[in-house]
Ligand binder design. Structure first.
Ligand SMILES: [Fe+2]
Length: 319
């Protein structure tokens, strides 16, 4: 199995502690530039768009390092990869000079129709091969490192004959890609499916973690739901603490998507993430300007990001 990704990871910038850019939080986010190191954007909200979306993107790009976290790559689908989508995504990534990009280990489309939900894959050897092949195509076409995120799931898909953690680990290794580790998803799944989240983490190739998601969830009637609509709970911060003690990462961020609190509450959660990061990885916890300088990060010309390109892969999209 190739470990090219792990070598390349060393050349990626350390972005620090970030926040998801959301329309409802944008003004406060921009006003608090000194407390937020970088932003994650949902590319589907900005690809080939003008107007307010373009203005928000330009404002963000002037002040922050940006990376994308998509929802419609549908890397696990049996639909053909959407070439128009990939072209638009690549244009956006080139524009913002993102050091990496990410999406979920799931499928979101069937028969060309988008389902607006992140659906789990059958955890099988057949699905491993299918997803690995597609990740390699995507990564080589985009020419930037790709991170796959562990999703929250509420049922095991029929056809599964592997544990979800083994499925994820095998895909990461065989595709030689990065991990976007969502510690809230690990927690939510551990409660809903009754497993030890620390044993789960110990089975993953954590050294492939480039970015971590931290978020809150909601208690439903029978399960807890990954809503990103409540404060982060202490056991989730403890999982963050554990992972940062196990491996170095390049970025940690907070996902907050609904039931928005006072922005000071969001800043307090970022502070808590920063203090945890500081215990293990001081560069990750440094204030944004200092962190940027440490990384040789130049907001005007983010040329360092091109160092993150995967070398030696020339696959083109078919057609
Ligand atoms: Fe996430």
């Amino acid at each position: 199995m190739s470990n090219e990704f792990l070598t390349m990871k060393k050349s990626l910038p350390v972005l620090g502690i970030g926040l998801g850019l959301r329309r409802e939080l944008a003004e406060s986010t921009f006003e608090n530039r000194d407390k937020i190191d970088w932003l994650e954007i949902v590319p589907e909200n900005y690809m080939d768009l003008g107007g307010m979306a373009r203005e928000r993107l330009e404002t963000a790009l002037e002040a922050f390092p940006l990376v994308t976290h998509g929802v419609n790559l549908s890397v696990g689908s049996v639909d053909d990869l959407n070439q128009d989508y990939l072209k638009s995504l690549k244009r956006l990534l080139d524009k913002i000079k993102a050091p990496w990009f990410s999406d979920h280990l799931c499928f979101t489309s069937v028969g060309g129709k988008y389902l607006h939900d992140l659906l789990p894959l059958p955890c099988s050897k057949e699905a491993v091969k299918h997803v690995v092949d597609r990740i390699k195509i995507v990564q080589s076409y985009i020419e930037r490192p790709f991170l796959v995120e562990n999703i929250s799931y509420y049922m095991s898909m029929p056809g599964s004959h592997m544990a979800e953690v083994d499925f994820l680990a095998e895909i990461l290794e065989k595709a030689d890609c990065g991990l976007l580790l969502d510690v809230n998803n690990v927690y939510v799944n551990s409660i809903n499916h009754n497993f030890d989240p620390y044993k789960y983490l110990d089975k993953l190739p954590l050294s492939r973690t480039v970015q971590i998601h931290v978020a809150g969830h909601t208690h439903g009637e029978e399960m807890i739901i990954d809503t990103h609509g409540n404060p982060v709970i202490e056991p989730v911060f403890e999982l963050l603490d554990y992972v940062l003690g196990e491996t170095t990462v390049n970025a940690v961020m907070l996902e907050r998507d609904q039931n928005y609190p006072q922005f000071s509450d969001i800043l307090a959660e970022l502070d808590q993430m920063r203090s945890i990061a500081g215990r293990y990885q001081p560069p990750l916890a440094k204030p944004s300007i200092a962190a940027a300088a440490t990384n040789g990060f130049d907001i005007e010309d983010q040329a360092i990001f091109t160092q993150g390109k995967m070398p030696g892969r020339t696959l083109e999209l078919a057609g």
